[in-house]
Design a protein around this ligand. Sequence first.
Ligand code: PMP
Length: 402
Amino acid sequence: MPEFVPASRVTRIKSSPSVAAAARVRELKAEGRRILDLTVGEPDFDTPQHIKDAAVAAIGRGETKYTSVTGTPELQKAILQTLERKTGQQYTPAEITIGGGGKQVIFTAFMATLDQGDEVVIPAPYWVSYPDMVLANEGTPVIVSCGEDTGFKISPEALAGALTERTRWVILNTPSNPTGAVYSREELAGLAAVLQDHPSVYVLTDEIYDEIHFGEEPITSLVAVAPELKDRVLVTNGVSKAYAMTGWRLGYAGGPAPLVAAINKLQSQMSSCPSSVSQAAAAAALTSDQSFVRESLEVYRERRDTAVAGLNAVDGLHCWTPDGAFYAYVNCVGVIGKTAPDGRRITTDEDFTLYLLEAASVAVIQGSAYGLSPYFRISCSTGLPVIEESIAAIEKAVTALV
Ligand code: PMP
C-alpha cells in the first residue's frame, strides 16, 4: 500500500484534546475501571420531550429532504426572533446562516475569510478548537494570555496591542469555555472603543453558552452594546448546550450579509444543509416553552457552587467562581513542584491531571490544552454525587503529595 500523505492542513492541526480525553476515559472504563469523569463538554440531561416530538412529527410529515442552504422557513424565523431577543438588533434572512453545530459555522466562517497569514486574535484560555480551526484555514492564531487579574478576559489595552494590519478576526467567547467568564456591558464597550479604530477587523462572538449564566442580567452581546459594529460582527450560537441537543448538530449565526453569503456559498458545496429533522427540532427548541433552560440553569448553579466551594477548600488549589457555562477553571500552581507517592514529580498541569486520573480516578483536562497553565478544567455537566465524590478524591490525592 502506498504511504498515505495527508494535506498540510491536516498535519498543521491536532485532534481536539477534549475528544481525546473522552476517548481515554472510554478506554479506561472498557478496562473495567470506574472513572469519575469531569471532562465532558455536553449537558448530561436528555433533550426535552417536546423537542424530540417536534422531530418525530417532522419525519411524519415527510420533512426528510434537502432544505435550502439557509434552512427551513420555520427555522429561519426562529433564528431571526432569537437573535433579536438576544442582541436587541434586527437581522434579515440574508444575515443568518446555519450549520452542523456552532463548530461547523465557526469553521466555515474562517474558511470563508482567511487567506494565508491572516491573523486571528484569540484570548487565552480559549476553547480548544479555535487555534486549530484557524490553522486549518491557513490563518495565524495570535494568542493573547488573559489571566485571573483580568478575570480571564481580554482588556482593551491587550486587544489594542494584539491588532496588526493582518488582523482579520478577534474572537470573544462569552460565557467562556473553559473559564465561565462573562464580559460585562462596560467591558464590551471598552473593547468596542478599540475596535472603532480598526474598521477592517471582524469580531466573532461565540455565545453558545449564553443561556447558562448565573447573573441577574442576560448575557450581553457585543452588537447590543455597539450596534455600529454590527456590520462586522458574527454572532455564533446553537442549540447544543441550552437545550441538551449536542447530537442533533445544529448551530447558527447572524452577521453582515456579504460574509453570510460567502459562508453559505461554501456550505452549499460542503453539506448543502444540516439535517432537516434537526432543523425542525431546533425550531421547536428556540420557539417553545423555555422552562427547560431555566430549570437546568438552577441545577448547574448548585453544581457550580458545590464544586467551587469544595475545590477552594483543598490546600494547593484555587477556583475562581464562573459566571456562566458549566465549567470551572482551577488554578493548581500550589501542587506544581510536589512529588507523588510513587516518586513522580508534578512539574506541569498535564502531570497533575495524569496523576489525578491514576491516583484518584478523576478525569479532568489540563490547562495547557486551553492555552493557560497551570490550571485544569472541570465540567459540571455531571450529577452532584459525582462532583462531590470527585472533589473528595481530588482532595485525598492532593493531600498525598509531598
Ligand atoms: N463554542 C464553544 C466555546 C464550545 O465549547 C462548543 C462545544 N464544545 C462549541 C462552540 C460548538 O458546539 P456545537 O458545535 O455543538 O454547536
